[in-house]
Design a protein. Structure first.
Length: 482
């Protein structure tokens, strides 16, 4: 009967009730495992891999999409690499072009400089020295051969020769290197060799610079110079018979080193840091920069001396002569204030401030068809002078203006800018001028004791910066001259 009962009550596969039968336990465990796997497979197929369950359409679509994505990545990466490479090529080409232009300008400038120095040495200095040694004129014997002019010309010829040798050797090397290898070749060694020779040649030239200026000042004041120009007019035609041209030749060596510093800075800027010559160019550029910093003071001193020679022969009736101590500090055109009519701005004068004198000149035309000339008007001796700011009374008079004696004519309705709204800049110089009066006697005029007379100069300038610059420079010059 028990057996019959078992057949009537079979065990359910979904039953989780405990049983004493081992067979029942095993069957239940396997059934639970099958149910779990079946449900997990259904979820996975629904959300992830359902397109692989017998339908190849989804698989082919995935492969096509991945292929398109790979093609896009390849295209963009290729374009990016190509664009970067093309940019590098363009930058490199641009730098090469700039370096080529820099070297072309350098070679052209050096060629012009050497040609001008050669003209100055051959057609003027050497020819003039030979002519002075051969002339037998009494004027030459008295005014030239008794001075140091011949010695100065010998020294100038030697120093010009040293400069020409140094620059000619540099030009030869840079042209050969450039013509064979192009602008990308090494050039730092050529500039280094130039730097090793240039300071010595320039130092010797500068040490005798004032001797050359005094010699030319002496020469220009004699009739020998004009006679020499007439005799050698075919040989010295390029000098244009002009003292200004000679002044230019004397100035050229002073500022020549600036050309090399600028060229090296440009070559450095347009060179790739990976280029084998980049570091050497940077080093020699720094050396030239340091040389310029040391050379600037001496150059400025020589240029101020040269300006004295230039003004001596550009100002008609100028009493200034070149000396070892004379230097031109400042020059500009300002308003010479008339104390009786302070608001007048018609008297424009050119002031030349030397280290011991202040001269004032005026532009004039003798005839309409003749060019304007600068005519000397007067001198202020600085050691006998004092400088001071503009007095308030003068400023008030300038702002008020001068009232006309007679009010005749129709009143103007045009708008005008009041003078009172303008700032007034300038300074005053009070100087002691010594006059030698003559005493009338029965036998004629006899000089008496010198009488000091105070004279006041009022000068208006254009701006506050000019006022401060001129005031301080004059004040320092006065203190040093006393």
């Amino acid at each position: 009967m028990e057996f019959h009962k078992q057949e009537e009550d079979p065990i359910s596969l979904y039953s989780h009730e405990p049983s004493n039968s081992s067979t029942t336990t095993t069957t239940t465990s396997r059934a639970s495992s099958i149910i779990t796997v079946s449900r997990s497979s259904e979820m996975s197929d629904s959300y992830h891999m359902s397109f692989t369950a017998g339908d190849h359409h989804y698989l082919h679509k995935l492969i096509d999409d991945l292929t398109i994505i790979d093609d896009l990545y390849s295209t963009f990466e290729s374009e990016s690499e190509s664009s970067s490479y093309e940019k590098q090529v363009l930058d490199a080409s641009r730098h090469v072009v700039h370096k080529q232009q820099t070297l072309d300008r350098m070679i052209q400038s050096e060629t012009t400089y050497i040609n001008r120095l050669s003209i100055f040495q051959d057609t003027f200095v050497r020819a003039l020295k030979i002519w002075l040694n051969n002339t037998e004129k009494k004027e030459a014997t008295r005014k030239i051969k008794g001075t140091s002019l011949i010695e100065a010309m010998d020294s100038l010829e030697r120093n010009l020769g040293n400069l020409l040798d140094t620059h000619s050797n540099f030009l030869k090397q840079i042209k050969e290197r450039y013509s064979i290898w192009g602008p990308t070749q090494l050039v730092s060694d050529i500039f280094s060799e130039l730097f090793a020779k240039l300071p010595a040649a320039h130092t010797s030239f500068v040490e005798h610079y004032v001797d050359y200026l005094i010699a030319f000042d002496t020469l220009f004041r004699t009739s020998l110079f004009s006679k020499f120009m007439q005799i050698n007019k075919n040989d010295v035609a390029q000098l244009q018979k002009n003292i200004e041209e000679i002044v230019h030749y004397l100035e050229m060596p002073l500022s020549r080193s600036l050309v090399y510093e600028k060229a090296l800075q440009q070559l450095k800027h347009h060179s790739d840091p990976k280029h084998p010559d980049y570091t050497s160019i940077a080093k020699i550029a720094e050396k030239f920069k340091g040389f310029e910093a040391e050379w600037e003071e001496r150059r400025t001193d020589c240029l101020s001396r040269l300006a004295v020679l230039q003004t001596c022969f550009t100002i008609q009736g100028c009493p200034i002569t070149v000396t070892r101590r004379k230097r031109l500090l400042l020059s500009n055109a300002f308003i010479h204030v008339d104390v009786d009519d302070p608001s007048s701005t018609t008297d424009i004068r050119i002031y030349y401030l030397y280290n011991d004198q202040l001269i004032h000149c005026k532009k004039q035309k003798e005839k309409k068809d003749q060019p304007t000339t600068t005519v000397y008007k007067g001198t202020i001796i600085l050691k006998d002078s004092d400088v001071q700011p503009l007095q308030s009374t003068i400023i008030e008079k300038i702002k008020k203006g001068k009232k006309p004696l007679f009010k005749i004519g129709k009143r103007s309705n045009d708008p005008t800018v009041p003078v009172a709204d303008c700032e007034i800049f300038g300074f005053e110089i009070v100087t002691r001028e010594y006059i030698k009066p003559l005493e009338q006697t029965y036998f004629g005029s006899l000089p008496v004791d010198v009488i000091p007379v105070l004279r006041r100069y009022v000068i208006r300038v254009h701006s506050l910066e000019e006022q401060n610059l001129w005031y301080e420079t004059i004040r320092k010059a006065i203190s040093l001259s006393k």
